[in-house]
Write a protein that binds this ligand. Structure first.
Ligand code: ZN
Length: 601
């Protein structure tokens, strides 16, 4: 692969001769530099490290700005009161998690891992990394590659300043188009299931250039076998929650058999554990070509039993809520299990997709519709991550964007409840649907737009559900006001994650839809927004019902039109986002407790 990359660099090099890249300080490259690299460096500047030469690298000022977007936040989780078995369990889980991390490096792009290795070789050398290289390295680690995940996936190290990340990441042959993929599946219906599976990669079988499907269990065999061993080890010391041990053993099996359904089911059924763990291939955001392929990740959290129990109170309202969804009865024939466990944890460690770029504050898994229909899904909220986001993100943003008199109504409670309900409502509404061609899923029909539509739906329904719970007397009345006011800084917080990211795009849709209905008004004089409370609920209900209808009918064309109409970045949003540029977009987690735990063994 490296040799191929070199070749590519050279080809593009000659075709872009004269395209001047930003001058950078001359980099020390150790004794690995080849005469050719030396020559290229003299010609253009560019950047070399280890086996690599990039004609373009972002200048020091750009790198500093990009690095400032992610402040370091330390996560310390007190583990007093946990016994040696507990700590041994956590160590094995972190070990398995580090395997997921390596696998995600391989998934994110073909060269990311090798590039990272060369940075680390130089870091360990006597010479060490220069300041400039350290800046690049930090960004590389945050983004799992050389593309800015909050800046449109543009390369900060690459062929030229306009180079963007390949949409298919490393799941498909580079240069395969969506049309070619769909064309193949149409011509080879027997391949459809395997090609669209979240747990396969698509390769090319030489010499005929035929597409070939490779299960994760083969493609990532070595890493998965090692992770499976660690999971079995963790399960062996974890006797106080048999359901947790059962999940871990079944997930270890899944790594080897590529059948993830049994362990996905077992995960939803885990109960009575002091810890919450998520490990394996889950989210499909990394696959921007088709939205099919799942990325490896890990979350290890410590459960807060008191809070989790009090949230169980919400469960009594869920059947009524599902019934009341703003969607015509004739579309409500879908089946979904009613079970919906919720847990609130303090995050101890994450890896892979979960650690890339913007950090998630909560998730609702598994994504497999068959499993959801059978046993439901589970919501996990990461309390310490949410608190970091609220303090470092929400409050400072609110101070810039919201009318002063409305700022006191931006509250942690409103943020917490909307996030919780966002996750719960992911599990409501259509999942499996019937269309002319037979039974299918919303995700398959809406393809690459699914993530945006589904995030948007969960957000809109999350607000709708707060109002529902206020109506039922479960939440106090003032939640209506605090929710509406808190919604605006929430939107700006997410829009800053980058519109390429599903949550960022979804928030733009919500903003435009609500602004069109007068919920948000902008005062160009003060540069601040007002939220009009009385209009909020009717508008958000209208939005939710339109999104539910798109999902219920699996209407790709309607989804495309909707995102096209409302997904545009407007001038007031662009200029407001620009005024937030001094604030960090997100943070880079430093898992102090987990690091100490591993070192102490
Ligand atoms: Zn979501």
């Amino acid at each position: 692969m490296k040799r191929f990359w070199w070749f590519l660099v050279l080809v593009v090099w000659f075709s872009t001769a004269g395209c001047k890249s930003e001058p950078v300080e001359k980099q020390g490259t150790g004794n690995k530099i080849s005469p050719l690299q030396e020559h290229l460096l003299k010609m253009d500047g560019g950047f070399s490290i280890g086996h690599w030469h990039f004609p373009y690298s972002a200048d020091a000022e750009q790198l500093a700005r990009m690095n400032r977007q992610f402040v370091d936040v330390e996560f310390k989780v007190p583990l007093d009161g946990y016994d040696e078995d507990d700590l041994g369990f956590l160590r094995s889980m972190i070990q398995a998690g580090s395997e997921m991390n390596l696998l995600f490096w391989q998934q994110s792009s073909s060269e990311s891992w090798f590039l990272r290795s060369d940075f680390e070789t130089k870091q360990r050398s006597v010479e060490g990394l220069t300041d400039y290289e350290s800046q690049l390295y930090r960004l590389l680690m945050i983004n799992y590659g050389r593309y800015d995940s909050v800046g449109g996936n543009v390369a900060f190290l690459g062929l030229d300043p306009s180079e963007k990340k390949w949409l298919g990441a490393n799941f498909y042959p580079a240069d395969l188009t969506k049309e070619q993929f769909e064309g193949w599946v149409k011509a080879h219906p027997e391949d459809k299931e395997a090609f669209e599976s979240p747990y396969t990669v698509i390769g090319v079988r030489h010499p005929n250039w035929l597409l070939q499907v490779i299960p994760y269990s083969e493609r990532y065999q070595v890493g998965l076998e090692s992770a499976a061993k660690s999971l079995r080890k963790a399960a062996a010391v974890f006797a106080d929650s048999p359901s947790m041990a059962s999940f871990l053993n079944q997930r270890a099996d899944a790594f080897l058999t590529n059948d993830y359904k049994p362990s996905d089911e077992a995960w939803v059924k885990v109960e009575g554990s002091k810890f919450e763990v998520v490990i394996g291939p889950y989210e499909v955001y990394e696959d921007e070509l088709m939205g099919y392929k799942a990325a490896f990740e890990t979350y290890i959290g410590v459960v807060d039993p008191k809070l989790s129990a009090s949230l169980e109170g919400v469960k009594a309202f869920l059947p009524g809520m599902e019934e009341a969804l703003p969607l015509d009865k004739k579309y409500k024939g879908y089946e979904r299990a009613k079970g919906s466990p919720i847990s609130v944890v303090d995050l101890l460690y994450s890896s892979g997709d979960a650690r890339k770029g913007v950090q998630a504050i909560a998730f609702n898994l598994p994504n497999d519709e068959d499993v959801r229909e059978k046993v439901g899904s589970k919501k996990v909220l990461l309390r310490n991550v949410m608190q970091a986001k609220f303090n470092k993100g929400m409050l400072p943003i609110s101070g810039v964007v919201l009318a002063e008199e409305q700022q006191p109504a931006v509250t942690w409670d409103a943020f917490f409840w909307h996030t919780l309900l966002h996750e719960i409502l992911h599990g409501m509404g259509p999942g499996k649907i019937n269309m002319a061609g037979g039974e299918t899923t919303v995700s398959k029909e809406l393809k690459e737009l699914y993530s945006t539509i589904e995030e948007c739906k969960a957000d809109a329904l999350g607000y709708w559900a707060v109002a529902y719970l206020v109506g039922k007397g479960f939440l106090p009345d003032d939640h209506l006001e605090t929710m509406a006011m808190t919604s605006l800084p929430t939107l700006f917080r997410s829009v800053r994650f980058g519109l390429e990211e599903a949550h960022g795009g979804a928030n733009m849709v919500i903003y435009n839809f609500l602004a069109e209905r007068g919920v948000y008004t902008y005062d160009a004089g003060t540069g601040r927004f007002m939220v009009h409370l009385v209009l909020f609920i009717p508008a958000i209900t209208e939005l939710a019902s339109q999104l539910l209808l798109i999902e219920a009918t699996g209407d790709y064309a309607a989804a495309k039109a909707f995102v096209g109409e409302y997904g545009q970045v407007t001038e007031e949003v662009r200029s407001t986002v620009a005024r937030l540029s001094h604030l960090p977009v997100d943070f880079r987690p430093i898992y102090t407790t987990a690091d100490e735990l591993v070192k102490r063994q």
